[in-house]
Design a binder for this molecule. Structure first.
Ligand code: ADP
Length: 610
């Protein structure tokens, strides 16, 4: 573990009672304080000045009362007034500088964590994302990053500022009256002890609050995403009830935290009231009977009253800190999710020439995570029954092999394994005789073009979306690909042609158009192997014919593995593999399989034809 400055270490162990909390905090501090050393140093100087000016404004009450009120010295009054103006000018200016610096650091912390988290997410396994709802993940991360920023800045620097201010003011109090000041040390510990008890409760509620807020965000995202289905099924009332319940829960949690935090208010108010009353009575008695200077008493009381705000904030600090700790822990949970060990890129760079695909005795089951979500330590992992069982087949180079069979049979899993989204439990997969588990993942995937069943389009223009397939593709190549995919005409008819911005996942396009774009993207990729998850949904005859033409163009001379639904694709495939229950049950050409009249394929064919 990295080392922190010893003073900071002591501060950490004072503030955080458990080693786990101290660990999270230490990590956060090590990762951030070093980077902003200079800025934090300036901010610290600022807060020393702020604390100094505050303490001085209490101190100066002594001379004001003594020289001006009792001494009737007008010149002195002018001097002291000028000093007061200067003190507050300096304080205002320095506070401004400190606020700007802290905000800048805070914004940079947010940007850095966002980059880091995004980078890490990109490296994580596909499996990680199947464990939780995307909107929940995103919302939790956003809430947490903000929490961390607040912890480091507001809380920690606020803590130092309030602590230094308080020390300064207590210094003034001791200077003016050491006896009365001792009372502070009787009241202080009582307050601290009481507040520590509240802090523990906040932790649990804060965790729940973040989770519920994430669910609210998820519900909203789902509603906007699936608005047409939502309306078609008149689900409005059901969803409204669900969201109402969630927001009510979130509100309750926030209120609970507010209540616990505010409960510290009456406590500190009462104690302060007692302290001020005590000081007034005792001080008054000493002034009257023992010749104690009223100026000293005024200065003392000013310091005491000024100490009230920072003391109150400090008292609440642990509670605020507990909440930020929850945020920090959730962030590290994502950042600590191990990146799968497969080499993203290694030296073994292989260029496939033909692209023959061989599955050799492949068995595979998925890992399922029960109760998987951020901030939940109780996750059970178990394996599904085998989804692929001793699967052996060859997809010939340059030919089209269709995967058919009942849904849930394991066809998509085959496509995922080929791209190394998951690793087989047993058996090997070869492309052109190369064991793909020995290849760098980037090297492997860069030679595969993939068209998913539901087209996925990203933020940006049409051209950007096509260029994602190959960043060095020229505009010419992109347009050629679009022409081959029967997409050029509709693209040029868009308001800004290739520069038209996509709506969310291409919402401004029709289903068939989106599909042709994703086919054009695969053409731009220009890879020897093509993996195709055919979609049959929502295409009218004309679209279907266009998509079919686009696909034929794409499949030319490629080793194609297609999860086939369309009869035309199936019947024209060079080979058909029927997968049922994770096993290969039949293989052959269309005519041969239809002829085997008792086979699964013949049955499927009959259903399709009727
Ligand atoms: P097909 O493409 O033939 O419809 P899949 O390969 O999608 O079949 O699914 C095969 C089996 O694996 C199904 O029983 C499905 O429930 C299961 N499965 C698919 N994806 C996952 C996953 N991410 N986690 C757990 N089980 C899965």
């Amino acid at each position: 573990m990295n080392r922190l400055n010893p003073t900071l270490e002591k501060l950490v162990s004072f503030l955080l009672k458990t080693p786990d909390e101290a660990g999270v905090f230490r990590r956060m501090a090590v990762e951030n304080f070093g980077i902003y050393k200079r800025q934090y140093a300036i901010a610290c100087v600022c807060l020393l000045i702020i604390a100094g000016t505050t303490a001085y404004s209490a101190y100066i009450m002594g001379p004001i009362v003594k020289d001006v009120f009792y001494g009737n010295d007008l010149n002195r009054a002018i001097v002291l007034s000028t000093i007061i103006v200067c003190i507050f000018l300096v304080k205002g200016f320095v506070t401004y500088i400190q606020t700007v610096i802290l905000n800048k650091i805070g914004n940079n912390i947010v940007a850095r964590y966002q980059r880091r988290i995004f980078d890490h997410l990109l490296n994580l396994d596909v499996a990680f994302f199947s464990r939780q709802h995307s909107a929940t993940l995103v919302s939790q991360l956003n809430q947490n990053v903000i929490g961390v920023r607040d912890m480091l800045n507001t809380v920690i620097l606020g803590y130092v500022r309030d602590l230094v201010t308080l020390i300064g003011l207590i210094g003034v109090m001791f200077y003016r009256d050491p006896y009365m000041s001792s009372a502070v040390f009787i009241f202080g510990p009582i307050v601290l002890w009481t507040l520590a008890r509240y802090a523990r409760r906040v932790k649990v509620i804060a965790q729940q609050e973040i989770r519920i807020n994430a669910q609210v965000a998820t519900a909203m995202q789902e509603a906007s995403h699936g608005i047409s289905v939502l309306k078609a099924f008149t689900m409005e009332n059901q969803l409204r009830t669900k969201l109402n319940a969630l927001t009510k829960l979130a509100e309750e949690r926030s209120n609970k935290i507010a209540r616990i935090t505010a409960r510290t208010g009456p406590l500190t108010e009462t104690l302060t009231g007692l302290a001020v009353a005590g000081v007034t009575a005792y001080g008054g008695w000493r002034v009257i009977n023992h010749g104690y200077e009223p100026s000293d008493l005024t200065s003392f009381m000013t310091a005491l009253l000024l100490a009230y705000e920072p003391a109150k904030k400090l008292a609440r600090l642990r509670i605020v800190l507990e909440r930020s700790m929850v945020n920090a822990r959730m962030i590290y949970e994502v950042l600590d999710t191990p990146i799968p060990k497969k080499d993203l890129d290694n030296d073994n760079v292989v260029t496939f020439k033909d692209g023959e695909i061989v599955f050799d005795d492949v068995t595979f089951s998925y890992d399922v995570f029960q109760g998987a979500r951020m901030g939940n330590e109780e996750q059970d992992v178990y394996k599904t029954p085998p989804v692929l069982k001793n699967l052996t087949f060859t997809a010939q180079a340059g030919k089209t092999t269709a995967l058919v069979g009942p849904s849930g049979g394991g066809k998509s899993t085959i496509i995922s394994l080929l791209q190394r989204f998951y690793e087989p439990e047993n058996g090997l997969i070869f492309i052109d005789g190369e064991d793909i588990s020995k290849l760098g993942v980037y090297n492997l995937r860069s030679q595969i073009a993939y068209v998913s069943q539901s087209p996925v389009l990203f933020q940006g223009s049409v051209r950007d979306n096509l260029r994602y397939a190959r960043p060095d593709a020229s505009d010419m190549e992109i347009e050629e690909a679009a022409k081959s995919a029967q997409a050029h005409d509709f693209i040029t008819a868009l308001p800004e042609g290739y520069d038209t911005q996509m709506g969310e996942n291409g919402a401004n396009l029709s289903g068939g158009q989106r599909q042709r774009l994703s086919i054009a993207r695969a053409i731009v990729r220009n890879a020897p192997i093509l993996l195709l998850d055919e979609a049959t949904s929502a295409l009218d005859n004309q679209s279907e014919a266009l998509v079919q033409a686009a696909l034929e163009e794409l499949m030319k001379d490629k080793t194609t593995l297609v999860i086939a639904h369309r009869l035309s694709t199936i019947s024209s495939a060079d080979s058909i593999i029927v997968i049922d229950g994770g096993e290969l049950v039949e293989q052959g050409r269309h005519e041969d399989l239809v002829a085997a009249s008792h086979g699964v394929y013949a049955r499927l064919h009959d259903v399709n034809a009727s």
